[in-house]
Design a protein around this ligand. Structure first.
Ligand code: ADP
Length: 351
């Protein structure tokens, strides 16, 4: 009896994507099926290369296809195609139409590790195979070039600035617009025009995810951004201290007010594990990020410990996810990147 495509598809319908709550056939994930005797081959196209369910879905699809009578070999080509998720927000124009998802990384106050988290998440996402950009909009201290190990200035080509590339990520910084040794006092219209320039006048090219490291608080940069592009959503970084949480809550309120989805909260400097005895200390208390996420009804993306290697990775320009990808703290960043990618996919399918 020859194997029929419809029987394979019927069997594959039993495989559900747990995030999107639909089966992989109805979601359109199965493509290019070829059947030769007892051999079946097809492409399984996921919504992101960073899908946390990748292995589970591949196994589910293989087992389902093998369960069809007459099939003895299943060859699956795993691919992904990221779709744009931003559909809401008070945007008046979209200055980066070739970017599928623009993500704002925000915090209520400075020093909570927002830039550190932005860098490690962006690099982790690129390591999964996604096309990633990182834009440093922190007017108070653009630190991303140092954390990414980038020296030098972007070149101009055909009237556009070419982003600098490091660890597989395209990067631009507000710092590049400031003449050396000349600290600026940023006034509202200047921020607005810098944001515009760094979106419109940069050759970002096709990107799956553009991470934007915002200045802390709820000021002009945040507002300009929501007006100049369609944000897929915001990620709020906080430490567990009450004061940081209070400020983070104000940030959440701002995003809600301007109709930008909050994709989740990350608690940084969440705890400390003594490298000698393994004892866990909760230096800034612990768990406030999770509680805030429950109270505000936004997802909780995960906790990052205080770890000297995270700080060293930032200072040396070798983010921890590249420096020690298999270490425990790096794994946390990588898990959060996957969870974030999944949240974006969920949002895309919901909109
Ligand atoms: P922000 O962008 O919120 O101002 P940064 O990312 O610049 O904060 O972090 C402030 C300082 O704290 C940096 O020196 C950074 O290396 C360090 N840091 C951030 N997160 C951690 C962490 N989880 N463990 C250890 N040091 C950290």
């Amino acid at each position: 009896m020859s194997v029929k495509q419809e029987d394979i598809l019927e069997a594959l319908k039993s495989v559900m994507d747990p995030d999107l709550n639909k089966d992989i056939v109805s979601l359109g994930f199965i493509k290019d099926m070829v059947i030769e005797g007892s051999k079946v081959g097809f492409t399984l196209e996921l919504t992101t290369p960073a899908c946390p369910m990748k292995a589970q879905l591949e196994k589910g699809a293989r087992d389902a296809a093998l369960s069809v009578e007459g099939v003895d070999t299943v060859d699956i080509n795993m691919t992904s195609s990221v779709k744009g998720g931003g559909m809401k927000g008070p945007k008046i124009e979209d200055l980066v139409p070739s970017v599928k998802n623009v993500l704002a990384i925000a915090s209520g106050k400075g020093g909570v590790g927002k830039s550190t988290v932005s860098v490690n998440l962006a690099v982790a996402m690129a390591m999964e195979g996604a096309k990633v950009g990182l834009l440093d909009l922190d007017i108070y201290g653009p630190s991303i070039p140092m954390m990414m190990g980038i020296k030098g200035q972007p070149k101009n080509e055909n009237g556009k600035m070419v982003p600098l590339e490091s660890h597989g990520v395209k990067m631009m910084s507000l710092g590049f617009l400031i003449p050396d040794d000349k600290p600026l006092i940023w006034r509202g219209p200047m921020v607005m025009s810098a944001v515009e320039q760094l979106l419109k006048d940069v050759a970002w090219g096709d990107l799956d995810y553009l991470f934007i490291d915002l200045p802390p608080g709820t000021g002009d940069a945040q507002l300009s951004l929501t007006q100049k592009t369609t944000l897929t959503g915001a990620v709020v970084v906080t430490t567990p201290q009450d004061v940081a949480l209070l400020d983070a809550t104000k940030g959440l309120a701002m995003f809600k007010k301007v109709n930008v989805d909050v994709l989740g909260i990350i608690e940084n400097m969440s705890f400390y594990l003594c490298p000698h005895c393994g004892e866990r200390s909760e230096i800034f208390s612990h768990g406030g990020g999770k509680k805030a996420s429950e109270r505000e009804e936004v997802p909780f993306l995960g906790e990052i410990p205080i770890n000297v290697k995270i700080r060293e990775g930032g200072d040396s320009g070798q983010p921890l996810v590249v420096g020690e990808p298999e270490g425990e703290p790096a794994k946390r960043f990588r898990d959060i990147a996957r969870t974030l990618a999944a949240r974006i996919s969920i949002q895309t399918y919901r909109n």
